[in-house]
Design a protein around this ligand. Sequence first.
Ligand code: FES
Ligand code: FES
Length: 164
Amino acid sequence: MNATMYELELTLNGKKVKDMIPSDMLLIDYLRNVRLLTGSKKACGAGECGACTVLMNGRPIYSCITLALQAQGKEIETIENLSDGDTLHPIQEAYLDAGAVQCGYCTPGMIMSTKALLQKEPQPGTQCIKEAMAGNLCRCTGYQQIIEAVQLASERMEQRRRDS
Ligand code: FES
Ligand code: FES
């Protein structure tokens, strides 16, 4: 039996969008297949790894266990919103510079969780970083580089605030 179609209206990466979608469509499938925003990854598909993390009204969520219709009227931000043309966001640069990107599969989700953390807590301590990133798993880096990337991003963003 086909799922009922509903109109979904949300703000996606700062722009209002509207689509007819089936009621049972997951947010990750909406982003990747309807909106062609393929930066967010679908890995475990079960709310366990964080590769699909996006921000909903500024808070990190697993888009693989969220229905697209749950985003009705909300603001969703994906990794595609971070860079400014060819200029990477300081968080993206910090991940590269700290060697926190290896296979890269976890990286979009890690970066979105980092963004949410640094918005809430611009200068987090190590324990705070570990807690904020606990929902994002990485098979490659052993996490130390990720902690360093978050610290580096925090420092650089602080420097930019001072310079501006
Ligand atoms: S793909 Fe969503 S938590 Fe793993
Ligand atoms: S860099 Fe490969 S899973 Fe994290």
